[in-house]
Design a protein around this ligand. Structure first.
Ligand code: ZN
Length: 134
């Protein structure tokens, strides 16, 4: 039984273009939507000290998105980031940051892949693959 999440092809293409346009630093942002669907993305600045190898979503963007969600806006269901020199697979470092239930969309090598963080997962010990339906 595999999980499926709806996301439009144009949204995936937008993320792939943004990742390709940033070869020297990881891009990152939030995934907004509801159960079983990603409706929108919210790009954020990567404020990590070493953005070539790490990502940290700008806390100001995170705070504003939480505030908007509380006011009836779209829910934050996960986030995305890129691996400029790697693949669209969670890294061991990603696994250390995984919080159960969140969607992780990974970009790398010209591909996009979606995962859900779990307590015990088949991928990097903390993730399960999720199919993207368009
Ligand atoms: Zn990563």
């Amino acid at each position: 039984m595999g999980m499926r999440v709806e996301i439009s092809r144009s949204l995936v293409d937008e993320l792939l273009r943004a990742a390709a346009a940033s070869p020297g630093a990881e891009i990152c942002g939030l995934l907004l939507g509801g159960a079983g669907r990603i409706e929108a993305i919210l790009p954020a600045a990567n404020v990590a000290a070493d953005p070539a190898h790490r990502f940290e979503i700008d806390p100001a963007t995170l705070f504003a998105a939480h505030r908007a969600a509380r006011a009836g806006g779209p829910r934050i269901i996960g986030h995305y980031h890129s691996h400029p020199t790697g693949s669209a697979e969670p890294s061991p470092r990603d696994a250390e940051q995984a919080i159960g239930g969140e969607y992780w969309l990974l970009l790398g090598g010209g591909a996009a892949r979606l995962f859900v963080a779990t307590r015990v997962g088949a991928i990097a010990g903390r993730f399960e693959a999720v199919a993207m339906a368009h």
